[in-house]
Design a protein around this ligand. Structure first.
Ligand code: AMP
Ligand code: GLY
Length: 427
């Protein structure tokens, strides 16, 4: 079959790498893609916001299946539009993608169905929101309702910070995404990412993974999209996984079906785990980036039938095979990220790094020019490796990082430290 993948990050490179390895894939296209994805797929310059153009491309190239990577096109209804045009597409409809596209939708769904999450209130009026903040006290969490490219959440440690966040969001600082906000109880514990493949009714858990959101070593500094990830995440033990499925995921699928918007696609639950009790921080309606990269390294089964089964409602009794090995990825970012950074700097040494055993380098934001690879984003490379333990995977990944010559880039040097400490304790 002919497959079109939508997106341009490290997540999409990892998906392209797995899809290209499928015996079911005849031709693989990616829009818009990047310099790394271009090795696995034919990259095409489509505007993902222009659904008509995507549909026209699918017709022209006889595309049988579209895999949507990022959330924005899902929330904008690209799966609805492709389906209406008779093209099979992996991912939720716009109505189901509200689980990521609207925080108040998700919080109300949790409240109505007894799904454990931080307590909250919704506001459109700044004075009322600030009165609530003062009544609750800090720390407290302020969230824009809509999609805000990672900028919509403020974990306020003081009242002043919380009130400033209310003014920024309701004052239009995030555009339409901030027309409404949610004020939440501050949760403590350890965060983990949990992923399930859903077909509207059934949910197949994928392997656990955990990312590091803060920009600097020791989990310090501002939040980012993710500076590295590893799998498995030891905190997601069997008991926590079972509770997450029974108390969070399955009630969500049941509620979505009852609301008339059954959830198909990958559902990514951001969890806070405290003393073995998982609470939902948020849902995303897509694979995590960079969690996807480590999951794809561990996936032994063909990805394509699993994605198709998700679309077709055929996940009941569906099994996926995973490697027992661990995987870890280190994000190399342009200096300055998550603030402002330079684009167009030259990256060398990638081929030598990729030749190391059990190493895969996924491109997150690159472009090729005259045979050279140039940085083209904030998060630029995902240097990834597998090993028998997280520690071994970490050593391999950093050995590869050390071969990449890119003076304008940086990375954290401690990805996986929590899992490695747990591994050491177990021995
Ligand atoms: P989100 O975009 O909702 O995942 O939020 C970004 C980050 O903010 C999360 O990964 C958490 O680290 C933090 N966060 C969000 N909500 C809460 C909460 N209720 N309590 C504590 N931290 C939170
Ligand atoms: N790594 C977190 C995310 O993809 O949102």
């Amino acid at each position: 079959m002919n497959i079109l993948l939508l997106g341009s990050g490290g997540r999409e490179h990892a998906l392209a790498w797995k899809i290209a390895a499928s015996p079911l894939a005849d031709r693989l296209y990616c829009a818009p893609g990047n310099a790394g994805i271009a090795r696995e797929a034919e990259c095409v310059a489509l505007d993902l916001a222009d659904h008509k153009a995507v549909i026209a491309f699918c017709r022209d190239k006889a595309i049988d299946f579209v895999v949507v990577g990022p959330e924005a096109p899902l929330v904008a209804g690209i799966v609805d539009d492709l389906s209406a045009a008779g093209i099979k597409a992996f991912g939720p409809t716009a109505a189901a993608a509200r689980l990521e596209g609207s925080k108040s939708f998700t919080k109300d769904l949790c409240r109505a169905n007894g799904i454990p999450t931080a307590t909250y209130e919704r506001f459109t009026d700044a004075a009322a929101a600030k009165a609530h903040v003062r009544a609750q006290g800090a720390p407290i969490v302020i969230k824009a309702d809509g999609l805000a490219a990672g900028k919509g959440v403020v974990v306020a440690m003081s009242l002043a910070e919380a009130e400033a966040a209310v003014d920024m969001i309701l004052g239009g600082g995030l555009g339409d995404a901030g027309a409404e906000l949610v004020i939440e109880e501050f949760l403590t514990g350890e965060e983990a990412s949990f992923f399930v493949l859903c077909d509207g009714e059934n949910a197949v858990p994928l392997v656990s993974a955990q990312d590091h959101k803060r920009v600097f070593d020791g989990d310090e500094g501002p939040n980012t999209g993710g500076m590295g990830a590893y799998s498995p995440a030891p905190i997601m033990d069997e008991a926590v996984t079972r509770r997450t499925m029974d108390e969070i995921i399955l009630p969500t699928l049941k509620a979505m079906k009852a609301e008339g918007c059954p959830y198909r696609g990958v559902l990514f639950a951001g969890l806070m785990i405290d003393a073995g009790v998982p609470k939902l921080i948020e849902y995303n309606v897509r694979f995590g980036d960079p969690e996807c990269q480590v999951m794809m390294l561990r996936l032994r089964s063909d990805l394509v039938p699993a994605l198709i089964a998700s679309c077709d409602g055929m996940l009941k009794n569906f099994g996926l095979r995973w490697s027992d090995d661990a995987a870890l990825t280190v994000v190399m970012a342009a200096k300055g990220y998550p603030g402002s950074y330079a684009k167009g700097t030259v990256i060398d040494g990638l081929d030598a790094a990729a030749e190391l055993d059990d190493v895969e380098i996924f491109h997150a934001g690159t472009r090729a020019e005259n045979g050279r690879i140039l940085a083209n984003g904030g998060r630029v490379l995902n240097v990834s490796a597998s090993g028998r333990t997280v520690k071994e995977a970490q050593a391999r990944a950093y050995a590869a990082v050390d071969l990449v010559r890119w003076p304008e880039g940086f990375c954290r040097r401690d990805i996986g430290y929590r899992a490695i400490a747990r591994e050491a304790k177990r021995r």
